[in-house]
Design a protein around this ligand. Structure first.
Ligand SMILES: [Zn+2]
Length: 439
């Protein structure tokens, strides 16, 4: 990783604001050393150079809400409302089948999917996160990992007390890691009681780590929290002192007029998951209003059982289109704004804006290359427009994390795809047998 390499392309997108045409990026020691115009490039002839030609080099995407291992349940239960989907399929599968073996066979598939569609950092809420951490480190991605906390047993622990003990030791183990960022992850206000929510918030505060939660995903949840506590979800969380800038709130579709100010004042980050919300018909989150209020919104895919992919490029496009239709306003949300949401805003939500989200010198060399020599991407007037409105994940040509290529020209550098594909067929067989009673 001490190698100094040069990447060249037609477009270098430093950030949502700044781009260089016919430019270069110098990467050394895992960091962005320098960017500039190709004609100003001064390196000796022995420096390794990758000239990507008609292509875009930009920061890698940050998927701020997913459940990586759920790729094992992709397409297993579609076209259902959230409550039925969870209670009849997802939770029974988790309690019966999700164990360390399941994680070891599903998470590598999720990482392969994310890397090949341009994601370099992801935020995960699931079970056996210590094992996920090892897999992520082996592959060389970055991840924020939060062991799922609910009232009662999970696939990993028999009680929430045991889960909390694990979460604290997991945080201590990875406190200084630059690839794994431990987090505290109570599932939602309707599955985690007040005491567990407060315990979670205190733990996140004690160690200065992100606090991940699903909030106000469905109208059912909105009404349920009102019934339980006499307040809508964000007002309830505010009343118990849960909300602050460590919180990354997934979904947040059902928000009362009065709650925008709470979210803004407490500097809560919203992880917008438009495809999952659309597929489960949970609703369309008021993204444009969040942004108007100056709330930090980032992007997530949610798990592959409710999306059904982990593709941030597609998620940007869907987010944009849904907002335009929701407000019947084509000017609502530009391609550049969406690009910022998927990169810089994600970094800010994780508290890693000094290290991630743009290609400014000194930041980690987490970047992707999008090939423009594709029938669907010519001609090129605006590279931001192409990323959001025209490109497909298959146009991602290379993905680099910390100065190391993890994916190049269709080949994974750190994942044995054959083994991963073989293993996932075993998971399919297992679910067919144990959940659908197929022979
Ligand atoms: Zn989720």
């Amino acid at each position: 990783m001490s190698e100094r390499i040069v990447l060249k392309a037609r477009y270098i997108l430093i950030s949502s604001e700044e781009k260089i045409e016919n430019g270069f990026v110098i990467v050394s020691n895992g960091l962005i050393e320098k960017t500039g115009k190709a004609e100003e490039l001064k390196v000796d002839s022995t420096t390794v150079t990758f000239d990507f030609g008609d292509a875009i080099i930009c920061p890698g995407f940050i998927n701020t809400h997913t459940h990586a291992a759920m790729v094992g349940m992709r397409g297993m239960a579609d076209d259902l409302p959230l409550k039925t989907w969870l209670e009849k399929y997802v939770w029974p599968t988790e309690l019966k089948l999700v164990n360390r073996d399941f994680i070891s066979k599903t998470v590598p598939l999720a990482l392969a999917e994310m890397i090949s569609s341009g994601t370099t950092t992801f935020v995960d809420m699931y079970f056996f996160e210590d094992l996920t951490a090892e897999i992520v480190k082996d592959v060389g991605m970055r991840a924020v990992l939060g062991e799922g906390i609910i009232d009662g047993p999970t696939p990993a622990f028999e009680s929430s007390g045991k889960t909390f003990d694990f979460v604290e030791s997991f945080i201590q183990n990875y406190e200084k890691d630059e690839f794994i960022y431990p987090a505290v992850a109570p599932h939602a206000p309707y599955t985690t009681d007040k005491e567990a929510l407060l315990k979670s918030a205190n733990l996140a505060e004690k160690y200065g780590v992100p606090l991940l939660i699903h909030v106000a995903e469905t109208q059912w949840e909105f009404e349920e929290i009102k019934k339980l506590y006499g307040l809508s979800p964000f007002s309830f969380l505010e009343s118990i002192g849960f909300l602050n800038k460590r919180v990354i709130s997934a979904h947040s579709v059902w928000v009362d007029e009065s709650e925008f100010d709470i979210i803004k004042r407490r500097e809560v980050n919203i992880s917008h998951n438009p495809e999952s919300n659309a597929k489960l018909a949970s609703g369309i989150a008021p993204l444009a209003e969040f942004l108007k209020k100056g709330i930090n919104v980032c992007l997530g895919t949610d798990g592959a059982c409710s999306n059904n992919n982990l593709d941030i490029i597609e998620e940007m496009r869907t987010a944009s289109f849904l907002q335009k239709v929701k407000y019947m306003n084509p000017e609502s949300l530009s391609a550049r704004e969406l690009f910022k949401i998927a990169t810089e805003n994600g970094a800010r939500a994780l508290g890693l804006e000094e290290k991630l989200g743009t290609l400014d010198p000194g930041k980690w060399a987490d970047l992707i290359v999008i090939d423009l020599e594709s029938p669907g991407l010519q001609p090129v007037f605006d590279p931001y427009s192409h990323i959001v409105y025209a490109s497909k994940s298959a146009d991602v040509k290379a993905t680099m994390v910390n100065g190391r290529f993890l994916y190049m020209g269709g080949e994974f550098q750190t994942i044995a795809l054959d083994t991963v594909l073989h293993n996932i067929k075993g998971i399919e067989k297992l679910i067919r047998k144990e959940i659908f009673n197929e022979a």
